[in-house]
Design a protein around this ligand. Structure first.
Ligand code: SAH
Length: 214
């Protein structure tokens, strides 16, 4: 049994701060949320290493740095209603829920979604709503959102998501080719997305109506 709290602090001090993550609230939750509980048991001791890990169904939990930078780019203050597309392990959703008012997270693979719903309930999160559906269409029945984060690679930001975002809201997403993307932060100003380009990255694909075909 490893000392996971020590590993978490080591992760923040060696992987996040040296690479420029500055938001104090983001660093604080990365020191707090037990990432090892979001990975399959056999990977627990690797949970704080500098990499993505398999979570079953051919999917992955993102590298800690990627979770941190995407969260920082969302500029959460505590009052926001957030939509996450790509629940995966539920780790990013838990990080968001610590920093925002409420989080709707969509997963297309039922087994992953069910598992996360159960886990988050056990962990005591009561401001995260897990929905099993094609998230490339967003979640119109709960729109508008203040923030949208896509944690799967997308060929472009689907127009329907811009429509489901409040004015002044922010979308963060890995946009590009199927096997290589750039992290984009886009702010909705007068109805139009103003895009900023950040780090290159590699995510598993968004599969669905406005993503890639299976
Ligand atoms: N945020 C996750 C990592 C996500 S991996 C975490 O913290 O662990 C990407 C996830 O997006 C996968 O679980 C995949 O099944 C899911 N996904 C892919 N296409 C999707 C779609 N159209 N709608 C919802 N989820 C999708």
């Amino acid at each position: 049994m490893r000392n996971y709290e020590l590993l978490r602090n080591w992760m923040v001090d060696t992987q996040l701060i040296p690479r420029g993550i500055k938001d104090k609230r983001v660093l604080e939750v990365m020191r707090k949320v037990p990432r090892h509980l979001f990975v399959p048991e056999k990977y627990r001791d690797d949970a704080y290493d500098d990499m993505a890990l398999p979570i079953g169904e051919g999917q992955t939990i993102s590298q800690p740095y990627m979770v941190a930078i995407m969260t920082e780019l969302l500029e959460l203050t505590g009052v926001e209603k957030v939509l996450e597309i790509g629940t995966g392990s539920g780790y990013q959703a838990a990080i968001l829920a610590e920093l925002a008012k409420e989080v709707y997270t969509i997963e297309r693979i039922e087994a992953l979604g069910e598992n996360v719903r159960e886990k988050l309930r056990e962990m005591g999160y009561n401001n995260i709503y897990v929905v099993v559906a094609d998230g490339s269409k967003g979640l119109p029945e709960k729109a508008p959102f203040d923030r949208i984060i896509i944690t799967a690679a997308t060929p472009k930001i689907p127009l329907c998501l811009t429509e489901q975002l409040n004015e002044g809201g922010i979308i963060v997403a890995p946009v590009g080719q199927r096997f290589s993307q750039v992290l984009i932060k886009a702010k909705k100003v007068k109805g139009i997305l103003k895009e900023e380009y950040h780090t290159p990255c590699v995510f598993v694909p968004l599969i669905g109506e406005h993503g890639w075909k299976e």
